[in-house]
Design a binder for this molecule. Structure first.
Ligand code: GDP
Ligand code: MN
Length: 385
């Protein structure tokens, strides 16, 4: 799960990681008042779960309180398109007003879980404010990596190594080390999967502070962080994904046209591969899991059919613990409730496969039955072309 910049900065403050003052404005008048309180100037920042806001017009400088009110009105409700949102962009529901900072240098810092070393790893670079992918492509030698031993934690010498690589000096060096140590504590205690501070800035007065913050969390650990879970913003998630999570279904929205209802993530991967192999493109990935009830299957099928991009559905179930007759029952229920207007190819095999097929045949629904995975893929691609 990802959170907004203003939420990430709340966490930074809790852990004494330096970041500028800032507040969410409730309306234009509030934006004006906050800006006044910051001495008449502010940075007005659109809150969406995507980077590149600056270049897309989502981060703007207000030179006086009236200008802040005006920028607030412009940003709230705007459709913000950045390099990371895709062409459709994201609607802005929250606007954050930040106390402006005089920047001396912009640096880059992130903490992530490196899968190769299985360690929390710091990436740092003197080249901040630009995308790290760009730095990695053009000047990879300007990025330092430091992997942290989980048994020891971030040791003082490693924090100094990073501060040194960032060319921090004197007081800023000490502040940088404290910044890193506190941020590491936050990362571990809150079960983060990623924290990116870009830019980390050295101010004209020698402070080292997080001007921006992106944070992601390990979904499997959210149960023990109700404070983080409260930051969840459903506007930032595909509505089908939110709906599916209510029924404990794993739904991922993709950009193709074939809906896929599958049991098990591995089978889902195989199904998507074979659809692609035969020239089609999946509209989503819906995993009903290993032990879904008839109602869960019905909801899964309903969610797939409601997706406007879906021009056809491929049901691919390999019954083990999951029984095929339960799946068939769920499909029939869903179809009777909302009707099927697109071709549906069904491949049912395994436990109670024959019973499942009989339920489908007796239902009077117009379904295309397939024998095996390849046959199913060919049939759904042909039916949606
Ligand atoms: P992003 O574009 O989504 O990554 O948004 P950021 O929060 O990183 O802001 C983009 C850029 O705006 C930063 O890289 C800074 O150059 C600039 N910026 C943001 N806040 C301030 C500020 O308080 N003072 C100054 N001088 N520049 C700022
Ligand atoms: Mn940024």
């Amino acid at each position: 799960m990802n959170i907004h910049e203003f939420q990430a900065k709340e966490l930074l403050r809790q852990y004494k990681v330096a970041t500028p003052d800032g507040r969410v404005a409730t309306d234009a008048e509030d934006a004006r008042q906050i800006t006044k309180a910051y001495g008449g100037k502010s940075v007005v920042k659109a809150q969406i779960h995507a980077g590149g806001r600056g270049k897309g017009g989502g981060v703007k400088f207000a030179t006086d309180p009236d200008k802040a009110a005006e920028l607030f009105k412009q940003m709230l409700g705007m459709n913000l398109v950045t390099k990371q949102t895709g062409a459709e962009g994201r609607r802005v529901y929250t606007v954050f007003i930040s106390d402006p900072v005089d920047i001396d240098r912009e640096l880059y810092l992130s903490f992530l879980v490196d899968r190769v070393s299985s360690r929390i790893t710091i990436l740092a670079s003197t080249e901040g404010g630009v995308e790290i992918e760009e730095v990695a492509a053009k000047t990879p030698e300007k990025i330092v990596r430091v992997a942290i031993d989980p048994a020891v934690g971030l040791s003082a010498f490693q924090a100094r190594e990073v501060a040194f690589a960032l060319k921090l000096e004197g007081d800023a060096f000490k502040k940088g080390v404290t910044f890193l140590q506190n941020l590491y504590r936050l990362f571990v205690e809150k079960d983060c999967s990623m924290v990116e501070v870009n830019p980390l800035v050295v101010t004209k007065t020698g402070d080292v502070i997080a001007l921006d913050a992106k944070m992601g969390f390990d979904d499997n650990a959210l149960f023990r962080h109700p404070d983080i879970l409260a930051f969840r913003d459903l506007h930032e998630e595909a509505p089908e994904e939110t709906e599916a999570s209510k029924f404990n279904l794993n739904f991922i929205k993709l950009d193709g046209t074939i809906g896929c209802m599958v049991n098990g993530a591995g089978l889902a991967m195989g199904t998507m591969d074979i659809i692609k192999y035969h020239g089609g493109s999946p509209a989503n990935f819906l995993d009903v899991g290993g032990s879904a009830t008839e109602d869960a299957v019905m909801n899964a099928f309903r969610i797939i059919l409601q997706d406007k991009a879906v021009k056809g559905v491929m049901v691919n179930i390999f019954g083990g613990i999951m029984r095929c007759d339960i799946v068939a029952g769920g499909i029939v229920k869903a179809a009777k409730q909302i009707g099927i207007k697109v071709p549906v190819v069904v491949r049912l095999e395994g436990t109670n496969g024959e019973e499942g097929k009989k339920i489908l045949a007796d239902s009077g629904l117009n379904l295309i039955v397939a024998e095996g995975l390849e046959d199913a893929a060919k049939k759904i691609v042909a039916a949606t072309k």
